[in-house]
Ligand binder design. Structure first.
Ligand code: ADP
Ligand code: MG
Length: 678
């Protein structure tokens, strides 16, 4: 058996089990070794039966003194009385009367399970068990995450079989790094993560494996960035195009942060290096105008630009806004979304291809292969966290090494940004345009929501507008939450003297556009919606954001939603209605009451929910983390970052012989690194 052998080489793995294993990412023997336990059971201490207490999980060893089956519900249940020389306890197997044949009198068995009590008697229900033999050595047993088709017993047995391949594993971390950071060897780590003799060894093993995972991720991203920065033939946009000319004709003064970031971009664009920059700025910090200045630079230098946004609404709004800005400058802006009719689409594509269009704004539709440009110089993605590395790559392939700008309003804690966007240069807009009033945020319990609706009524009477957000489109039987449709029906009665309209993602595009336009123009007073209004939408006259079942949303999302208001000169209110039954969910939502700082909120969200939830779907094109946790292992991340930087400083292209295993491993992890042009 070898590391790269297929799992089917093991006995007992036929097509069904193979398929089940593949589903959890196990294809080869090596994959087994990298399939880690989620925790451990301590089976080293055998407990005297007399000492057992309710709620403990214990290992006991004894003989069967009585066994009987009885009918409990529809199926037969078996009850054993197990005794050692201190006492007796009941052991119950529901629906498993067939075990009757398994247990032999006069033999000793071990049972591992949780002690419960029933009618004042202690029991162990559905325990693990095995026949005890004199030479059984006590163990710490691994507990693996499983699927329906695979039992814990299966997994443990297979792991024992593939153990012989551990010596074949090749350590890809350079020796100096191993010494400097006091890491155990890779083989030791894999051995002890699966077959530990002591808890201390699990700790050493984990540390090493977490280090490996973060190191590969970090050095991989830095390596990509390094290669990228070496590409000399990026576009040098004209030094004669001065951004000042653009800035002075704007209707407002830029903030210091906007100016700083615009200068950083300008410098990147003038150099022959390919720009690859991330703009992070809280909602409302004014990212669009920063993007517009980059577009100005590109277009005035004779190039075309693309701006991609994650939703039709947002794309449309950008197209409208940018059209207005660029019309007096003689630049043509076109919008491309999936809902254009064929004729219009052909026309847009033709204009883009022959260069008549200077800026193409759109949704994912702009990635499609029939979108060809004449002279693409700049690619911008708005709300970057909604897109992945691959999409950026596909877009940039429409030109010859165009400059790239990505923008996000999801404030990402610095450590995370470090690793996730290790491939990007970072600019932060950390200052809000002047004259904004802080939004007042209030958390209100469901049974007191009438007071919230009163506030809505008052604001709308004064000529302002309100958003009311529900978590789902249709009522869900499973989750007891407000649906947008139900809520709409309820509220249009309640507010029957106002214009209330409904907006959700399943509506036809033309309908959505119509409604959004009407809200924008101020003819709709109250917009009941799902989260599709989350990103980017800008209606300064809206002063109320009321969110139903706020406990169902992530903090980052709530913060984004709140960012839809407070955009004009009037006082705005964000009301979070909660039906949260747990304290934690209430406490979580309260964080928004006390802070308007997106970065702080993001830190808290990360702390409370972990990075998986934080980012939603895996969409970054980065390898999955199995054992490392970006919110917990920050100190290891820092060690790793130092080492990765050091190493690449000495050997930027990983050409040295001692780095070949590492290079191979990076390529494997980022599977086609050579095609990635970030
Ligand atoms: P976001 O960063 O959330 O994308 P936007 O770019 O949509 O923010 O800007 C929000 C609003 O603030 C827009 O109406 C925009 O015109 C306005 N704005 C941007 N910068 C400034 C500024 N320096 N002074 C005043 N208003 C500004
Ligand atoms: Mg925006």
């Amino acid at each position: 058996m070898y590391l790269n052998d297929d799992v089917t080489i093991l006995k007992g793995i036929g097509p069904k089990k193979e398929a089940a294993l593949n589903k959890i990412g196990i294809h080869t023997i090596k994959d087994f070794l990298y399939y880690f336990p989620k925790n451990y059971e301590d089976r080293r201490e055998v407990r005297p039966i007399i000492s057992l207490q309710e709620e403990e999980t214990v290992l006991i060893r004894g003989k069967i003194t009585a066994a009987r089956t009885y009918t409990f519900g529809k199926k037969q249940t078996m009850k054993l009385i197990v005794g050692d020389n201190t006492g007796k306890i009941e052991v119950i197997f529901f629906h498993r009367a067939y075990l009757g044949k398994t247990f032999l009198k006069d033999r000793t068995y071990e049972f591992y399970g949780k002690v419960t009590s029933w009618a004042n008697r202690l029991q162990i229900v559905q325990p693990d068990f095995n026949l005890w033999e004199e030479d059984n050595s006590p163990e710490i047993l691994p507990v693996y995450p499983l699927t329906k088709e695979i039992t814990q017993g299966n997994m443990r047995k297979w792991q024992k079989e593939v153990r012989v391949c551990i010596p074949e594993l090749v350590d890809f971390i350079p020796t100096e790094i191993i010494y400097r950071n006091r890491l155990c060897s890779l083989q030791y780590a894999i051995e002890n993560i699966h077959f530990p003799k002591e808890y201390q060894k699990i700790k050493e093993a984990k540390f090493r494996l977490i280090f490996d995972e973060l190191f590969l991720l970090q050095i991989g991203l830095l390596y990509i960035k390094m290669r990228f920065n070496q590409i000399p033939n990026g576009i040098s946009f004209s030094k004669n195009v001065t951004i000042e000319n653009f800035i002075t004709q704007l209707p407002f003064k830029l903030t210091g942060a906007q100016k700083r970031v615009i200068n950083e971009i300008d410098k990147d664009m003038e150099s022959n290096k390919v720009m690859n920059r991330l703009i992070q700025g809280d909602v409302g910090s004014g990212k669009t105008i920063v993007a517009a200045s980059a577009i100005y630079k590109a277009v005035k230098s004779g190039y075309q630009a693309i701006m991609m946004a994650p939703t039709e609404l947002l794309a449309q709004q950008h197209a409208n806004g940018l059209r207005e800005i660029f019309k007096p400058l003689g630049a043509n802006v076109e919008l491309l979304t999936g809902s254009l009719n064929l004729k219009k689409r052909h026309q847009v594509l033709a204009n883009v291809k022959d260069g008549k269009t200077h800026l193409l704004v759109g949704t994912h539709a702009v990635i499609q292969s029939d979108v060809e440009l004449n002279r693409l110089g700049l690619v911008i993605t708005d709300e970057q966290h909604r897109f992945g590395v691959n999409q950026r790559e596909l877009l940039s392939q429409k030109g010859e090494n165009p400059d790239i700008l990505v923008m996000t309003a999801t404030p990402i804690p610095r450590t995370l940004a470090m690793i996730l966007y290790g491939d990007l240069d970072l600019s932060i807009i950390d200052e809000m345009p002047p004259g904004r009033r802080a939004i007042i945020t209030k958390v209100i319990e469901y049974n007191r929501r009438d007071s919230a609706y009163e506030l809505v009524r008052k604001e709308v009477k004064e000529g302002h507008q309100a958003y009311i957000v529900a978590p789902l489109i249709e009522e869900s039987a499973v989750l007891d939450v407000k649906s947008a449709i139900n809520l709409y029906e309820e509220l249009s009665k309640k507010f029957n003297n106002f214009n209330v309209k409904l907006l959700h993602g399943a509506m036809k595009q033309s309908e959505k556009d119509c409604i959004m336009k009407a809200f924008y123009m101020g003819t709709i007073d109250i917009l009941v919606s799902t989260v599709i209004i989350e990103v980017g939408i800008n209606v300064p006259n809206a002063t109320i954001m009321l969110i139903e079942n706020a406990e169902r949303f992530g903090l980052a999302t709530l913060h984004q939603l709140r960012g839809r208001i407070g955009r004009g000169k009037h006082q705005s209110y964000c009301i979070l209605i909660t039906e949260g039954k747990t304290e934690l969910s209430k406490e979580r939502v309260k964080i928004l009451e006390n802070s308007n700082d997106g970065f702080y909120i993001a830190e808290k969200d990360l702390e409370l929910r972990g990075p998986g939830e934080f980012f939603g779907v895996r969409q970054h094109g980065i390898p999955e983390l199995r054992i490392a946790d970006l919110s917990k292992h920050i100190h290891i991340l820092e060690m790793v970052r130092n080492e990765a930087n050091n190493l690449l400083e000495k050997d930027p292209f990983l050409l040295q012989k001692k780095h070949q295993h590492l290079k191979k491993q990076i390529k494997k992890n980022f599977n086609n690194i050579d095609n990635i042009s970030l």
